[in-house]
Write a protein that binds this ligand. Structure first.
Ligand code: HEC
Length: 257
């Protein structure tokens, strides 16, 4: 059971309003959002006893048939399913470990899975794919033919199919690294940024014109070009974020091309 994935959403949606960080709505002087508060002695008992769900007051309160004691309170309109209570039980029995949000965890390199001996796969990522496939009882698909491969690369990276000459050139290229070079040269195309900037610009609600009845021109295209070129020159994501938030307050000169 993973705190962030399985437990925090349950506590957050059903308990934190009255037992969370907001002092203004807190009840019974009880916080369940920090390990320290949730495991504090409350005069001979604890809301959470790590490793012992049966001794934890929150489980007793979630499971009791007494409507006056049951949590969340009936008049809150909130209810827990038996499956959610079972998850919280398992989490407490497993030690009730609170974890900070994943974004604050240092990145650790996972151990490489060791799928059953099989000559499929060429790189470490394939080992992850194959071990999941084996767990699900599925076989890797046969390798696609070259026509299919170049079409996929172009549609993925540029959003357009390759021209016939580009397909011919790829088919004629018999070097062992032909596919890698195809991917590299496609990534190097300025069209790459144009294609992928669209996803970011959609999120940012960018449009070249006002739309609707006042479909007049706008002059914010330098921002559009900046996003496109940021992708094309591999601007790191932190820089990409800082420059967008800081805009013209940014101490460095922004490049739009
Ligand atoms: C709408 C507000 C509200 C929500 C939501 C809520 N509670 Fe409570 N809780 C209270 C109030 C009020 C009390 C004090 C009255 C009582 O003890 O029944 C309390 C008391 C408790 C106590 C006893 C504290 C003590 O030491 O006396 C526990 C344990 C508890 N809640 C757990 C939970 C859990 C777990 C959840 C989520 C599943 C939850 N509560 C959701 C309002 C709420």
């Amino acid at each position: 059971v993973d705190f962030q994935r399985d437990i925090r959403p349950i506590l957050s949606n059903h308990c934190f309003k009255c037992h969370g960080p907001d002092e203004g709505t807190r009840e019974a002087d009880l916080r369940l959002d920090t390990a320290e508060a949730a495991t504090a002695d409350r005069g001979g008992y604890q809301a959470i006893v790590p490793g012992d769900a049966g001794a934890s007051a929150i489980i007793e309160r979630m499971e009791t048939d007494d409507a006056d004691l049951r949590m969340p309170p009936a008049d809150s309109g909130l209810t827990l399913t038996p499956a959610q209570i079972a998850l919280v039980r398992r989490w407490i029995d497993g030690g009730a470990v609170y974890q900070p949000h994943w974004a604050f965890h240092p990145i650790t390199r996972p151990a490489l899975p060791q799928p059953n001996a099989n000559d499929w796969g060429r790189n470490p990522i394939d080992a992850f794919v194959l071990s999941h496939q084996q767990a699900a009882g599925i076989q890797p698909s046969p390798e696609a033919d070259r026509h299919t491969l170049i079409r996929r690369v172009f549609l993925d990276l540029l959003g357009l199919p390759p021209a016939p000459e580009q397909v011919e050139a790829f088919l004629r290229d018999e070097a062992p690294d032909a596919f890698e070079r195809l991917v590299d040269s496609t990534l190097a195309s300025p069209r790459y940024g144009e294609r992928w900037a669209r996803h970011w610009l959609d999120q940012a609600r960018y449009a070249d014109t006002n739309g609707y009845t006042v479909d007049s021109e706008r002059s914010i295209w330098p921002y559009r070009d900046w996003v496109i070129n940021s992708l094309n020159r591999d601007l790191p994501f932190d820089r990409f974020t800082i420059e967008q938030l800081a805009g013209d307050l940014c101490p460095i000169r922004l490049r739009t091309n």
